[in-house]
Design a protein around this ligand. Structure first.
Ligand code: EPZ
Length: 420
């Protein structure tokens, strides 16, 4: 397994281009299953998860071509195998997103249960319950969801007990071709959910209310083709801004937008960073200072994103003062704390709260990535630790960060990838 070797002590300076959002391009690629026409998707990030979902669509019978650089063309008219096998689903939970579109377009689907991951059991009961309400007959056996519907899905009134991003996305896609009206209450408001709705509307869907907690979908007979550009990745943006804040640097993140991560920018300002915003860029200047510790409580959008919690834990370990992190979305999203402690961090865990006492430095150590954002926090810690940190199992990072060592090196970091 590849490792990252990171030598700490460099204050990051310069510009970095932000890629398209992983959590937007995955549902959008799944949404291509809803039409037989050609779809062109631009600003696609080069990530392992994107490769995985392309394999998944390809083995179903869809035709995918990567044209210049960041564009993928998808034609799903030839799909004749509406199945998502375990060997692909287990590497990427987001594969569950093909369930709604396959049911809506083909009336049947066999999708492996995604199973849990390091951050929690990650059930999909909301997805199944919602589709059943729309008329699907769904059984779960042998680790697979078997679903079918005769005569097409019907609109339903669905209210989520807990906000679910992919739950909202799956049901929104299913409802796009259902007969009648679907109302989703307590819907997720994340920018990626809005991006998916905008994409589907580009193909002729009739979705209103995305970005609020109530989404109304009028089913249509069929969707057309179209061209769509994926929105910037707010978590990648936040990760580089935290890297600059931790190293006392000054960077500009380009091809991104401040309104995607206002809660994160507010916390960075509380930590002492000077933030400026432009049409398609965000700059952060730390003026060589150490960040001040911040208190965070994660919540669904527009609250503070759980996908930025690990990165702020890394910041708090070297900040001035004490910071607390309350993780309200996932049950077990503090795996990075154990690895950060190996580098000398002072972190106490109590249930879903982490108490961190910042100290002036961390020491390099061999550490192990456990999940995507945890591994990002270890790379960030390596940027400030004394010595050379070795981060193992960086396949987790490759799922969600495009060319991270090149982008960090461009900002001056001393980082390289070594094959194990
Ligand atoms: C999406 O996961 C993101 N993944 C996650 O990003 C992100 O952390 C999460 O939303 C929260 O923002 C993608 O978009 C591909 P949820 P998702 O359904 O949809 C519980 C990353 O690092 N729940 O919003 O799987 C669930 O256990 C990844 O990029 C049920 O109980 O998350 C969790 O506690 C990690 N039953 C809570 O809801 C269900 O049927 C929120 O989960 C569904 C969810």
């Amino acid at each position: 397994m590849d490792k990252h070797l990171i030598t700490g002590g460099v204050s990051l300076q310069g510009e970095v281009r932000i890629s398209g959002a992983k959590n937007s391009v995955l549902p959008i690629l799944a949404g291509c299953l809803l039409t037989d026409q050609r779809v062109i998707i631009k600003n696609v990030p080069h990530l392992n998860d994107v490769t995985t979902i392309m394999k998944l669509l390809g083995q179903m019978g869809a035709k995918l071509t990567i044209s210049e650089g960041l564009t993928i063309e998808v034609e799903a008219g030839g799909v004749d195998n509406p199945n998502a096998p375990y060997e692909l689903v287990r590497t990427m939970r987001a594969s569950i997103l093909v369930l709604g579109p396959l049911l809506a377009k083909h009336g049947r689907a066999t999708v492996s249960l995604p199973g849990g991951c390091a951050i929690g059991p990650r059930p999909v009961d909301f997805h199944v319950q919602g589709l059943a309400k729309m008329g699907a007959e769904i059984t779960v056996e042998g680790g697979y969801i078997q679903a079918q519907v005769k005569g097409g899905l019907k609109g339903a009134h669905i209210k989520f007990d807990i906000v679910s991003v992919t739950g909202t996305e799956n049901l929104m896609m299913a409802a796009a071709l259902a007969k009648g009206t679907t109302i989703i209450e307590n819907a997720a408001r994340e920018p990626e959910v809005q991006d998916l709705a905008n994409f589907l509307n580009t193909l002729g869907a009739n979705i209103q209310g995305h970005g609020t907690d109530t989404i109304v979908i009028e089913g249509v007979k069929a969707l057309s083709g179209g061209t769509y550009t994926v929105l910037p990745d707010r978590v990648e943006t936040g990760t580089y801004l935290v890297a600059a804040a931790m190293t006392g640097g000054r960077i500009v993140t380009k091809s991104t937008k401040g309104n995607l991560l206002e809660a994160v920018l507010q916390k960075l300002e509380e930590a002492g960073a000077d933030i400026s915003l432009g049409e398609d860029w965000i700059s952060l200047d730390m003026r060589g200072n150490r960040p001040k510790a911040v208190d965070i409580q994660t919540a669904p959008f527009p609250g503070f994103p759980t996908d930025m919690q690990a990165q702020f834990m890394a910041l708090n370990t070297i900040a001035i003062g004490k910071g607390t992190l309350v993780e309200t979305v996932f049950e077990n999203r503090f795996m990075h704390a154990h690895e950060l402690r190996r580098m000398g961090a002072n972190i106490q865990l109590n249930g879903n709260t982490a108490f961190i006492e910042g100290n002036s430095n961390l020491n390099a150590a061999p550490v192990m990535a456990t999940d995507l954002r945890a591994s990002a926090s270890l790379v960030l810690a390596g940027l400030v630790a004394k010595g050379t940190t070795i981060v193992d199992r960086i396949y987790h990072i490759d799922r969600g960060y495009e060319c991270i060592e090149e982008k960090l090196a461009q900002l001056g970091a001393i980082i390289k990838r070594v094959a194990a």
